[in-house]
Design a binder for this molecule. Structure first.
Ligand SMILES: [Zn+2]
Length: 235
């Protein structure tokens, strides 16, 4: 026959563990939140990185463009100078410079065409990747919303569980309650109240002494496992 006070303490324990379960879940939310936020940040950085890479290539292309324009301006300048020079060797020297500048322009233009092709491909790849990243970000934002609504839900559940726990404690005699609280402080892993099966404590699974076993028949006191300090009763 189980001590009626112990029976009530078992209810206290049930409500206590229920409350602890919710509090534990609440305590994990900041970590979960920052995990999701870190993933979102990484995805956003990946987009920015890809965008910067494209911008750099675009700047490179504009630089080539500017070089072409400046070489073209030189060609016009040399051609004008050719109209003014009197000596043949001066004319030929200018012709050589014109030839050199035109060949430079040819090289630059080829470089620019190949770069434009690369930019075009990179831009297509960027757009595809952006769509993939953005879809992952919206999935992560959804996870974040679910987490926030779970937090709201948990706060309500904690409030109910706190009330249940407090109410269950009101049913128990003070000295039993004090014993429960003491054991609760000492024992690191739940549960705090466990049945004995044969000679074996249901908490630590070690053999309890005959003394402990015989005390379990008393209805007056709380019996403590001499191995793990949990409250024990005959199941
Ligand atoms: Zn034990």
């Amino acid at each position: 026959m189980i001590n009626p006070q112990l029976e009530k303490l078992l209810i206290v324990q049930e409500k206590d563990l229920n409350l602890q379960k919710y509090l534990h879940e609440v305590s994990r939310i900041p970590l979960e939140r920052s995990k999701i936020q870190n993933m979102i940040n990484m995805e956003e950085e990946a987009i920015q990185f890809a965008r910067r890479d494209l911008n750099d290539r675009e700047i490179e292309r504009k630089n080539i463009d500017a070089k072409v324009l400046s070489r073209e301006a030189e060609v016009s300048k040399f051609k004008n100078q050719q109209l003014e020079v009197k000596k043949n060797d001066e004319y030929r020297a200018l012709a050589l410079q014109i030839e050199q500048a035109q060949s430079d322009i040819g090289v630059l233009e080829e470089e620019e065409i190949s770069l434009m092709y690369t930019i075009d491909e990179a831009f297509k790849e960027y757009n595809l990747e952006k769509v993939r990243i953005e879809s992952r970000i919206s999935e992560q934002k959804l996870q974040m919303q679910l987490l926030e609504s779970r937090l709201v839900e948990l706060k309500a559940l904690v409030e109910i569980a706190e009330n249940d726990y407090a109410n269950s404690r009101k049913e128990v005699e003070l000295n039993f309650l004090e014993d429960y609280d003491r054991v609760r402080n000492q024992v690191k892993r739940t549960p705090y109240i466990v049945p004995i099966d044969g000679h074996i404590c249901g908490g630590c699974h070690l053999r309890v002494s005959n003394d402990v076993l015989s005390q379990c028949n008393s209805e007056q006191v709380i019996v403590i496992c001499d191995q793990c300090s949990r409250v024990v009763f005959r199941g």
